[in-house]
Write a protein that binds this ligand. Structure first.
Ligand SMILES: [Zn+2]
Length: 88
């Protein structure tokens, strides 16, 4: 019984790790449907671990503008770069 519980926990480890991620539903579905194949489980695990590092990049890159001169990020409505003053 203890072994079965541990095996279940291990099987759903990617879901447990990624439960508070933006795409937790996708991780859960991949884990549930393809987790029995080792490849599917590994992909779900990698996805669960990498989702958090990718999310802030997507959020930041959405509304803001990057300066072509110095590469720093300005606010959504900014016309001039906050770092070097160039028009963005
Ligand atoms: Zn700049």
């Amino acid at each position: 019984m203890t072994f079965l519980l541990l095996a279940t926990l291990l099987y759903f480890l990617p879901t447990i790790i990624g439960h508070n991620r933006h795409n937790a539903g996708g991780i859960f579905l991949l884990n549930l449907l393809l987790g029995w194949t080792v490849v599917g489980w590994v992909i779900a695990m990698v996805w669960a671990c990498s989702a958090e590092t990718r999310l802030p990049v997507v959020v930041v890159a959405g509304p803001g503008r990057f300066c072509t001169q110095c590469g720093s990020l300005s606010g959504p409505g900014a016309r001039y770069c906050s770092a070097c003053g160039r028009l963005v």
